[in-house]
Design a protein around this ligand. Structure first.
Ligand SMILES: *[C@@H]1O[C@H](CO)[C@@H](O)[C@H](O)[C@H]1NC(C)=O
Ligand SMILES: *[C@@H]1O[C@H](CO)[C@@H](O)[C@H](O)[C@H]1NC(C)=O
Ligand SMILES: *[C@@H]1O[C@H](CO)[C@@H](O)[C@H](O)[C@H]1NC(C)=O
Ligand SMILES: *[C@@H]1O[C@H](CO)[C@@H](O)[C@H](O)[C@H]1NC(C)=O
Length: 459
């Protein structure tokens, strides 16, 4: 029996070598490598013996927008270099695409995994037994998922096994609402993401003062294509369909009042799709003597709570910051995240991860953003600095995923009134020097004085 097993694994080992040499030659042609494998029998025996299986296969049955899943995998030729890639959409390409510039990182697959994990992570026995189990947290991001077991490490990935597809019950569901103050003090905007374009459904917000009569306000819908982006990886391997981003303007709010809201879509056949219910407190009247508790920070980024890796995965402290803000939320009136928002750096799926991570904050208090180098900078794209820090996003993601009350969203400067304060938000990534449009804005914003000066207690 033992002898038989040995032979089997030697056979598989040779098949793998053969398969990988076929993979190497197939890569440059852009075809699915497995389609070029002539020796179907060995491929079959390899894929038959290695496996990877996620459960459950249907997620979000109670309307959740995230869920923990279990991935079980095994390989007849396990190695410390094996890893698991999470792909969405599920029909990924395992061909390798060349590194176009220094902002493209391994694993250099043509479909960048939305995240990946070492097959030995929390499974130290994997390299010996070839069996492992991972708990992963998936968020609803408009598409199905599949999982690949790879050998060869991140720099020379070879697909060993691919899983069945799994999906959220409604991948198009409206998710991750984020509030921002509108152009006047008594307007709140609600921005969210969904898979429903304007030809599929009508987006709106249902809202009311707490306990009052509900009204519906329409939302506008934005999206963009690959061509709107400036370079790699955003325009190439990091590209992922952004879905639709909706913004509704809730106007003539009463000062200090608590409002409840739900985001919704009315489908063509009359069915309504709803988010859960959220609430916020409207801004105080400008100049109203009141306590203002505003948190201002930059450079946060995102992190996967299941320990997975992702591209540019160095903002491990971001979950601590997020958790702390959520704990303090009842003592926070507004948040300014003044640049270096998600650190997606051109790997677009990370904007979904970021908006999911900050949802408890952004759905409850205005989440006002500014632009940083990691949102905007790209050579020849009009940014003040000509470096490649946005990974090809050149501002498109930041300008679309979040609302800011700027008169032109490509020019990321604006002012807002909130109680005792006027906030002037400038944009370091566009020219601010004397004589520029932005200089005039800053000057005007800082010279403003149309209300009596009150004493302010800083606490
Ligand atoms: C997995 O972790 C082990 C132990 O830390 C490490 O030696 C190995 O290189 C890792 N593999 C990958 C694919 O990162
Ligand atoms: C996945 O399927 C979509 C829709 O059919 C298609 O546009 C896309 O090119 C496919 N992706 C890959 C990597 O095959
Ligand atoms: C309306 O369309 C949705 C999506 O296609 C479907 O799930 C739902 O069952 C339909 N409802 C009715 C009443 O036909
Ligand atoms: C951040 O959170 C992690 C996980 O809860 C914890 O292990 C770590 O000590 C925290 N780091 C800081 C600096 O608080």
């Amino acid at each position: 029996k033992h002898q038989e097993k040995m032979e089997e694994s030697i056979f598989v080992f040779f098949s793998l070598l053969l398969l990988s040499s076929v993979l190497q030659s197939a890569h440059s042609h852009g075809n699915h490598p497995l389609s070029k494998v002539a020796i179907h029998k060995s491929t079959f025996s390899l894929l038959h013996l290695a496996h990877i299986k996620p459960t459950p296969s249907l997620l979000g049955l109670q309307g959740q927008t995230s869920e923990w899943i279990t991935v079980e995998y095994s390989s007849p030729i396990p190695s410390i270099d094996d890893w698991i890639g999470v792909f969405s959409p599920a029909n990924f390409s395992d061909s390798t695409c060349p590194k176009e510039n220094g902002r493209v990182y391994p694993p250099l697959l043509c479909s960048a995994p939305i995240k990946f994990q070492n097959a030995s992570y929390l499974n130290p026995q994997y390299k010996i037994t070839g069996k492992g189990l991972l708990k992963l947290r998936l968020i609803n991001q408009r598409s199905d998922f599949s999982f690949g077991l790879f050998s060869g490490g991140l720099s020379n990935p070879r697909l060993v096994a691919v899983s069945n597809k799994i999906a959220f019950a409604n991948p198009n569901a409206p998710v991750y609402p984020r509030l921002a103050l509108g152009k006047s003090w008594n307007e709140m905007t609600v921005t969210w993401t969904s898979g429903y374009g304007i030809s599929d459904a009508e987006p709106f917000v249902e809202w009311s003062p707490k306990g009052g009569d509900r009204v519906h306000s329409p939302a506008g819908t934005l999206t963009f294509t690959r061509d709107s982006l400036c370079g790699a990886p955003a325009r190439s391997v990091g590209w992922r369909d952004p879905g639709y981003i909706h913004t509704s303007h809730l106007k003539e709010l009463w000062p200090n009042r608590i409002y409840e809201y739900k985001i919704g879509h009315k489908l063509k056949n009359g069915t309504y799709i709803w988010s859960k219910q959220y609430q916020f407190r409207a801004a105080p009247f400008p100049g109203q003597k009141s306590l203002q508790r505003v948190v201002i920070f930059g450079d946060m980024g995102k992190e996967e709570v299941d320990g997975s890796n992702e591209y540019n995965n160095f903002q491990h402290g971001s979950t601590n910051t997020t958790t702390q803000l959520i704990q303090d939320l009842e003592n926070i009136d507004m948040v300014f995240h003044i640049g270096d928002i998600s650190y997606a750096n051109g790997y677009l799926s990370q904007w979904d991860q970021f908006t999911a991570q900050v949802e408890p904050i952004a759905s409850a208090v205005p989440y006002m953003i500014a632009s940083g180098n990691h949102e905007r900078d790209w050579p020849g794209s009009g940014s003040f600095y000509g470096n490649m820090d946005s990974g090809g996003e050149c501002g498109v993601l930041a300008e679309t995923m979040f609302y800011v009350p700027a008169s032109n969203r490509a020019k990321f400067w604006y002012s807002i009134d909130y109680g005792m304060f006027r906030f002037c938000v400038a944009d370091t990534e566009h020219d601010w020097r004397e004589g520029t449009e932005q200089y005039k804005f800053i000057e005007h914003c800082l010279y403003w004085n149309d209300r009596p000066c009150l004493s302010i207690d800083f606490q």
